[in-house]
Design a protein around this ligand. Structure first.
Ligand SMILES: Nc1ncnc2c1ncn2[C@@H]1O[C@H](COP(=O)(O)OP(=O)(O)OP(=O)(O)O)[C@@H](O)[C@H]1O
Ligand SMILES: [Mg+2]
Length: 400
């Protein structure tokens, strides 16, 4: 019975510990989890001379003389950093995740020797004095800049000790930030044309009421702004639809040769206006891929349109489809324009990211094109590789 309780206690503790990685996301749930672990700890304490061994790690002779052996065995496999402290804040145990995150802290050393964050030290001090649980959020210094939710709970029993758990919430915070940025960007993009529309409507109702020429000009601009807003809304809807089916790989069969041909034909008038020639290097035979023809059309439209718009100075855009035997097909879209500064390249596929916002806006860009391209290619299990050299131009490669 004793062995069963001890074994079960360890399983429960390990289950609670791994559940913690989920629950710790919310502050209140994390308190409940930590309390849960602590409630289980007495089960893991040596049950005296009569208790038979359960596992070598938890219940050997060492465990009987060491009240922390069971807690150590459980926290060893915990993927968040955990420190066990005595009542004065000195280290009793540090799990491997904590060694990885903070380096090895000498046993018996005060945690302030390694953990310097004032918020954590203040929380520990208060909890050691009051015995109450505490929590705080910290950001580690550059370059790692991890965000941790740090909690402390007292474990009561034969030997009191404190459990300090660091939950890495960097990814959650990053996603939160992206979400707020996205809403802010989308509203900002809509606000600009809306404000200009309001201005024109007021002018048309007031000073330009009887000015037919001004009316025609303003209505033309308003028409452009409405088009811009509807492009933006279409792109946003397109992105959210793609997100919904991100995991569903398309199952149609698409021949890239005619598809690329018709995209180049459709963009020829735009290229003409910009003084650019689209040169195709495409094999004669069919080049089949598994995909959705409309979505792939959208991909090549945006990449070739970008190459014409932003690589205009290069005068030529080369579209090359390579399909060597046995190798997955590749499509290169290469311009010979001014290129993209290195620091911008990794961010180009972020929503609303533009190297030069004004230049993109003046070219009717919403900054969503490459984000849509990336989503479509992810769904197609294909990759987008961007290479660019200042003064020489850029190559956007789609690898199937
Ligand atoms: N071939 C290129 N050469 C130089 N800069 C480029 C090239 N392709 C894209 N960019 C840069 O990347 C940014 C993002 O491109 P993206 O296609 O996502 O948006 P956009 O073209 O501005 O708007 P949209 O595609 O929605 O009309 C562009 O604004 C431009 O600054
Ligand atoms: Mg674009």
């Amino acid at each position: 019975m004793g062995a069963w309780i001890r074994r079960r206690g360890i399983h429960l503790l390990i289950a609670a510990a791994s559940a913690a990685s989920v629950y710790l996301l919310s502050a209140s749930a994390s308190a409940a989890m930590a309390a849960g672990i602590i409630a289980l700890l007495p089960l893991l304490r040596p049950a005296g001379r009569t208790a038979p061994a359960a596992t070598p790690a938890a219940a050997g002779p060492a465990a009987r003389s060491d009240p922390l052996a069971s807690a150590r065995a459980a926290f060893a496999g915990f993927d968040s950093p955990v420190l066990l402290l005595n009542a004065t804040g000195n280290l009793l145990y540090q799990n491997p995740a904590a060694i990885h995150a903070f380096g090895e802290i000498g046993k018996g050393q005060h945690i302030s020797a390694r953990i310097r964050q004032p918020a954590v030290l203040a929380m520990v001090k208060e909890s050691l004095a009051s015995g109450d649980p505490g929590s705080t959020e910290i950001t580690t210094p550059m370059p790692s800049e991890n965000v941790y939710l740090v909690r402390i709970v007292k474990a009561q029993g034969a030997a009191d000790f404190f459990v300090l758990i660091f939950r890495d919430i960097s990814e959650t915070r990053r996603i939160d930030r992206m979400r707020t940025d996205f809403v802010a960007n989308a509203s900002h993009e809509l606000r600009t044309p809306l404000a200009s529309m309001r201005g024109f409507i007021e002018t048309l109702q007031g000073p330009a009421r009887n000015d037919a020429k001004a009316q025609e000009r303003f209505l033309g601009i308003m028409h452009e702004q409405v088009n811009r807003m509807s492009r933006l809304v279409d792109d946003l809807l397109s992105l959210s639809r793609l997100e919904l089916k991100a995991r569903l790989a398309p199952d149609g069969a698409v021949d890239l040769v005619p598809l690329i041909g018709s995209v180049c034909d459709a963009l020829a008038p735009l290229a003409d206006d910009l003084g650019v020639e689209i040169v195709r290097h495409v094999p004669a035979g069919p080049v089949m891929v598994q995909g959705d023809a409309d979505e792939l059309t959208q991909v090549f439209e945006n990449l070739i349109e970008n190459a014409c718009k932003y690589g205009q100075e290069g005068k030529t855009v080369d579209v090359t489809l390579t399909a060597e035997d046995g190798r997955p097909p590749e499509v290169d879209i290469r311009d010979h324009g001014t290129g993209i500064p290195e620091e911008h390249v990794p961010r180009l596929t972020e929503r609303f990211y533009r190297v030069n916002v004004e230049s993109s806006r003046s070219k009717k860009g919403t900054g969503l094109g490459l984000a849509i391209v990336k989503h479509i290619l992810t769904r197609h299990r294909a990759r987008l590789v961007i290479r660019s050299e200042l003064g020489k131009g850029s190559t956007f490669t789609v690898r199937f």
